[in-house]
Design a protein around this ligand. Structure first.
Ligand SMILES: O=C(O)c1[nH]c(=O)[nH]c(=O)c1Cl
Length: 308
């Protein structure tokens, strides 16, 4: 089955890529992604200065996913700016994730990457793990203020990484804001923020930062990712790039996101646990799954979730 697709006019050789977050912080890690079957290279969200991140333990594997409060550990945006040529040399699109602590920082970083050879800029509005920093995506005024400053800084497509929403009115409010700015794609969803996993033996949380509150990832959040992709596809129409993420670890998971309307998908927790072979495996499973149903290309099923 032909799994070629595009997001905001950038052609992708297949439907799957890594998600910003796991195993995409260093040049070595990004090199592994570049040499895998992943259709693009997506970098760890970068900040103005390099960061160590939150105190450990800050990541814990769970039976159906993980909980983490990494705290944006990264090399600083200049390091990723310097890496772009070597990442591009691997022959696939480069997606830079940007997560500034202010509109001014985001403006500086977006402007810098607009002048680089990067292909897509994914501005992260939804990191839940910085103590004292609310998620931009849950503050509609802040979201609007940020978009008014970040979308016209160059001709490279700007996308936003959104937190999961859980209320129809929030989908509608966000869609109305997004429609007012030249946002070319959205990535749904980031982890479910501020969840709590308790170890009854130690009678304590399983991660240290923020008293144990962290982002929930993996199988647990697939129904939320699907709902967000579906809602924004219906509200924003077919021209908006939509990247689905959340709990994809098999070809049929990826197919579910296709039915919900995703143009492409990102893999985080499964990549963290399985490694780069997951891209080829899931891609093959998706192709086989679609072939069995008689589909020949992604558009045969995209957004075609049937009503019961
Ligand atoms: O703690 C993190 O680094 C982190 N963790 C997440 O679950 N989502 C994010 O966007 C980020 Cl930036």
């Amino acid at each position: 089955v032909n799994l070629q697709t595009s997001v905001a006019g950038v052609a992708l050789s297949s439907y799957l890529m890594n998600a910003s977050g796991p195993k995409c912080t260093t040049a070595e890690e990004l090199n592994i992604i570049g040499h895998s079957q992943a259709a693009a290279i997506v970098t760890k969200s970068c900040t103005f200065e390099a960061r160590q991140g939150n105190p450990e333990p800050r990541y814990r594997d769970l039976p159906l996913g993980s909980i983490q409060s990494m705290g944006l550990p990264n090399l600083g945006y200049q390091a990723y700016l310097d890496m772009v040529p070597s990442l591009k040399a691997m022959g696939k699109p480069v997606v830079i994730s940007i997560s500034g602590f202010s509109i001014a920082e985001n403006r500086t970083m977006v402007t810098a990457f607009q002048q680089s050879d990067a292909d897509l800029l994914e501005v992260n509005f939804s990191c839940p793990n910085i103590p004292g920093k609310p998620q931009i995506a849950y503050d509609f005024e802040q979201t609007e203020a940020a978009l008014s400053q970040l979308c016209q800084l160059g001709d490279k497509p700007i996308g936003i990484k959104l937190a999961p929403y859980f209320d129809m009115s929030h989908f509608e409010s966000m869609a109305a804001i997004i429609k007012r700015y030249p946002v070319k794609f959205i990535t749904c969803v980031n982890s479910i923020g501020n969840t709590l996993v308790i170890d009854p033996e130690t009678e304590s949380p399983v991660i240290k930062p923020k008293g144990g509150y962290g982002g929930l990832c993996g199988d647990y959040i697939k129904p939320i990712g699907l709902a967000n992709v579906r809602a924004f596809r219906q509200l924003l129409g077919d021209d908006m790039g939509i990247i689905g993420v959340g709990g994809i670890k098999t070809g049929s998971d990826a197919f579910e996101y296709l039915l919900a309307g995703a143009d492409a998908v990102q893999i985080a927790t499964c990549f963290e646990k399985e490694g780069p072979s997951c891209f080829q495996r899931i891609e093959q499973e998706l192709s086989d799954f679609m072939a069995k149903k008689g589909y020949q290309q992604l558009s045969d099923a995209k957004g075609k979730l049937k009503a019961l």
